[in-house]
Write a protein that binds this ligand. Structure first.
Ligand SMILES: [Zn+2]
Length: 397
């Protein structure tokens, strides 16, 4: 084709009478190679007029066929309108950007209120979480009781208060998530206050009838200064070391367990026992063993000893394996953590400056049942009267 055009140009240029298309088509063998061909750049198309100099013509290579007046927004509108009219099911219509102002408020309302547009329905439940002391105030009000006056906390009142402070699974989940995210926050302290928590289980289960419960109550009701393991030096040392102990623990186990994750925990409350609670240090999940709780322990005063020596009063060796002694504060705490988390295994990680020792602890159903009886009895006999009458608070003021 290009050759024909060149030929026409050549004919016109040389003022010949007939162009190649004006006569019958025939094949003429050229005597010598066509020297008249030129590159597009050198091609000049102009009217051949005698005695006039050639004008500068538009070079075909300098031509941009795209329109310079294209507005992308109006182009998109036109494209969409065209597609809508001729191919309304075109997939591209779903991904073309929406032009602002295209859908009216009314149309949006119609789309939102139309059930057919719903992919799935999700119910949003308002979850309200109160502290035990807020619940106490509401309870006293509902019973017409006044804590500034003395009154008998009967067995019936105790029973009613226990059901009054019951939380549901939504509330338990919310407390767990909130305490997990915020660490040792005020919310955590407020939620622990008025509940029996894991670190007190052993003490309460071993409280003698003749011993006054007041000191324990002060602690559980939040009137006590920091317990020894939370004192600044020990706590700071423990906190820093706990992190590295967990790192070491993960490193040791990662090779053996599939898809293992060790995550922070929050305050765990089993709705069935809303007056109790527990906060394991970590929760471990792996594909091979499922879920278990991890409790990390250290003894500040024995931090320079090997872990198995430092913790000698808590552990014993059986057939070459270290086991946690049943009658220890650590075991009572870990048993509670397993019960509330509904798992049957726990790892106790004991650490010192010399390293870590991992001791596996199994859930002891019988021990836990015994513990529950004692914890419930203590709560009804001592905690509820102290909470409702404010007796301990009055002692301190
Ligand atoms: Zn595993």
């Amino acid at each position: 084709m290009a050759a024909v055009l060149f030929d026409i140009e050549n004919t016109v240029h040389n003022n010949l009478q007939q162009s190649s298309t004006s006569k019958e088509c025939n094949w003429t063998r050229r005597a010598k190679p066509n020297e008249k061909s030129c590159s597009l750049d050198n091609l000049k198309i102009s009217k051949a007029e005698y005695g006039k100099t050639d004008k500068e013509t538009l070079k075909p290579t300098a031509f941009d066929p795209r329109s310079t007046e294209l507005d992308p927004v109006s182009f998109m509108d036109q494209l969409k309108a065209g597609l809508q009219q001729h191919a309304s099911s075109a997939v591209i219509l779903q991904i073309l950007p929406q032009v602002p102002g295209e859908v009216t408020e009314q149309e949006v309302t119609e789309i939102v209120s139309n059930d057919k547009c719903l992919d799935h329905e999700e119910e949003v439940v308002a979850v309200e979480v109160n502290t035990i002391s807020e619940l106490r105030d509401a309870f006293l009000l509902s019973k017409g009781l006044d804590c500034s006056k003395t009154f008998d906390v009967t067995e019936e009142i105790c029973h009613e208060f226990l059901s009054f402070i019951k939380i549901d699974q939504y509330q338990a989940d919310m407390i767990f998530e909130k305490t997990k995210l915020q660490g040792n926050c005020d919310f955590w302290k407020e939620q622990r206050c008025g509940r029996i928590t894991g670190s007190n289980f052993y003490k309460i289960c071993h409280l003698k009838e003749s011993t006054s419960p007041d000191n324990t109550l002060k602690d559980l009701l939040g009137y006590c200064p920091l317990p020894p393991e939370r004192q600044p030096i020990q706590f700071a040392w423990g906190h820093e070391k706990e992190e590295s102990a967990v790192d070491l623990y993960c490193k040791k186990l990662k090779k053996v367990h599939k898809e293992m994750h060790v995550v922070e925990s929050g305050l765990i409350i089993d709705p069935e026992f809303s007056h109790l609670g527990s906060s394991p240090d970590r929760i471990r999940v792996c594909q091979c063993c499922g879920k278990r709780v991890v409790e990390v322990k250290s003894l500040y005063s024995k931090r320079s000893l090997m872990p198995h020596i430092a913790a000698v009063e808590y552990i014993y060796k059986e057939n070459g394996t270290y086991r946690l002694k049943k009658e220890t504060k650590w075991n009572y705490q870990i048993q509670g953590e397993m019960a509330f988390s509904k798992v049957t295994n726990a790892d106790l990680v004991i650490y010192t400056n010399k390293g870590i020792l991992i001791v596996e602890v199994l859930f002891d159903k019988y021990l836990w049942e015994e513990m529950l009886v004692k914890l419930n009895k203590f709560y009804s006999k001592h905690m509820i009267p102290a909470i409702l009458t404010g007796r301990i608070k009055k002692l301190l003021s």
